[in-house]
Design a protein around this ligand. Structure first.
Ligand SMILES: Cc1cc2nc3c(=O)[nH]c(=O)nc-3n(C[C@H](O)[C@H](O)[C@H](O)COP(=O)(O)OP(=O)(O)OC[C@H]3O[C@@H](n4cnc5c(N)ncnc54)[C@H](O)[C@@H]3O)c2cc1C
Length: 470
């Protein structure tokens, strides 16, 4: 079949208006979120139903055409953009955007994979329920992308990763069959867990078209505080104290160094600075009370008082209004934007045993300072679950672009240190194409062989998002 015949068949399935080939139409789908890489595609197709997805996959299987699934294109490891060969069909899920059903008593919601996360949160909220996945990209990313990357975000400490928030899936397999696993069950021990295979597979095993999500009671109040600290070690001690004092009401615990706050202040001077003085580290805390705002504030203030007495906390601000709470979160959310404005840097999304994360920061930052005097470590992240964004910017006076030449050696220092502390080189962003070549160094031959065997069994033609993960 000629290329035109293939595209005509795509048009017959999805409708001519939903098969894009003109460069001006396809361009927005082909460059990654951070603008680092632009791929090429035979076409961009946007099916509207699971049946259309299945028909497109069968067509691709017949013609050996690779498929790159794409949701909101907010992924950070080059997973949802095709390579430069121009052979792949990019399958956008943006038209698969229906909330199919909400069962408030079962506390579940069944959605199409292309639903935007913020819309899912709003639909749950309209029923007085909470879908707790929350990340800065929530206005653009999709549930399918969240599931395919097993996204984390700010609520993992209390609610878990996206994997823990999903009870069932509907998947179009690499052969173009539809697996209907849309079960709203909290218990189902009937053999291998296929759902868990597709979650986190970054579109390399099949295309997720629908999901049953877990909902939770809405808390009556969310209380936010920012505390100033001397060190990451104190941040860990405070976490322990907060967990003991506040139990499961502690729903967020983010670490930010002073380097991060200075960056935000210099690039976003309109954001209010929380403290008159400066401190080496800060922790942003969120408590969710199911009783009342008073109860939440009482718990939080009691815990902070104890921490002040123990000398763990240097200063603290507790938000007394929604506007103040948003302003505190805005500081955290503006760190990646401030970094982008400052210039390119070398990013690491890493995971560590929570208990060892302060030692990791100390050991790795000391080693980098020895090798690159004056280097800036921009370290922040979800300390409550051991996930750090450990980004490295050049010393003053060194051009950001030139510093990127050190990416390989710096990755080696950071990732080897992560491995030495028993951590993972990807906490929540996935592997994609960006970290693919790092995997063989940090996974055993047995683990890689098992992964390759799964890929071969579920995608025997190798058409699902080739070149990603493996
Ligand atoms: C500002 C910003 C903040 C972020 N914060 C966080 C954070 O706090 N925590 C976190 O975990 N991540 C974060 N991320 C990255 C995160 O991975 C994504 O935001 C999100 O999970 C990806 O969803 P998406 O719909 O954009 O997926 P895409 O980027 O489109 O795709 C991501 C991967 O999933 C695959 N995929 C997409 N849809 C499907 C599908 N239906 N079936 C099968 N495979 C599919 C793609 O092929 C690709 O491999 C952030 C990103 C940005 C830009």
């Amino acid at each position: 079949m000629t290329d035109d015949g293939f595209l005509d068949a795509c048009r017959a399935i999805a409708g001519p208006a939903h098969v894009l080939t003109a460069p001006g139409d396809t361009a927005p789908y082909l460059t990654d979120w951070r603008g680092r890489f632009t791929g090429r595609a035979r076409a961009v197709v946007a099916p509207a139903t699971t049946g259309e997805v299945a028909a497109l996959v069968r067509l691709c299987a017949r013609h050996g055409v690779p498929i790159v699934p794409q949701g909101g294109r907010t992924g950070l490891v080059l997973g949802s953009v095709p390579d430069v060969s121009g052979t792949a069909l990019l399958l956008s899920t943006r038209r698969l955007n229906r909330v199919r059903a909400i069962d408030a008593f079962n506390r579940t919601m069944t959605v199409d994979a292309g639903c935007v996360l913020a819309d899912v949160q709003a639909a749950a909220g309209a029923q007085g329920l909470l879908f707790p996945l929350s990340l800065a990209a929530e206005g653009s990313c999709t549930i399918g992308g969240n599931l395919a990357t097993n996204a984390g975000g700010t609520g993992v400490l209390r609610y878990g990763n996206t994997r823990e928030l999903c009870l069932g899936l509907e998947v179009v397999t690499a052969r173009g069959e539809v697996w209907d696993g849309l079960r709203g069950l909290r218990k189902d021990n009937t053999g291998y867990d296929l759902r868990d295979l597709y979650i986190g597979a970054e579109g390399t095993l099949g295309i997720i078209t629908g999901a049953v999500l877990k909902l939770f009671p809405q808390p009556k109040a969310a209380i936010t505080a920012l505390v100033a600290l001397c060190s990451p070690g104190d941040a860990l001690q405070l976490l322990k104290l907060m967990e003991a004092h506040c139990g499961p009401t502690l729903t967020g615990y983010e670490l930010m160094s002073d380097v991060c706050l200075r960056l935000v202040a210099s690039h976003f001077p309109n954001l209010p600075q929380p403290f008159p003085g400066r401190y080496p580290q800060y922790a942003l805390l969120e408590l969710s009370s199911h009783e009342s705002e008073r109860h939440g504030i009482g718990l939080l203030e009691g815990a902070i008082e104890r921490a002040l007495e123990a000398g763990l906390v240097q200063d603290a601000v507790v938000a007394t209004s929604i506007a103040q709470s948003k302003a505190l979160w805005a500081i955290r959310e503006h760190i990646p934007l401030a970094q982008a404005a400052a210039g390119k840097n070398i990013k690491h999304d890493i995971s560590l045993p929570i208990s060892r994360s302060a030692d990791f920061i100390h050991a790795t930052s000391s080693r980098l300072e020895e090798l690159y005097p004056g280097v800036q470590v921009v370290c922040f992240g979800h300390l409550g679950d051991g996930n750090l964004h450990y980004n490295i910017a050049p010393p003053e006076g060194i051009a950001h672009d030139a510093f990127l030449d050190e990416q390989g050696p710096i990755n080696r220092v950071v990732h080897d240190s992560v491995a030495g502390f028993g951590g993972s080189i990807s906490a929540e962003h996935g592997v994609g194409a960006l970290k693919r070549d790092e995997l063989p160094r940090y996974k055993s031959a047995v683990e890689l062989d098992l992964m390759r065997a799964l890929k071969a069994a579920l995608d025997p033609l190798g058409i699902m998002n080739p070149g990603k993960i493996l």
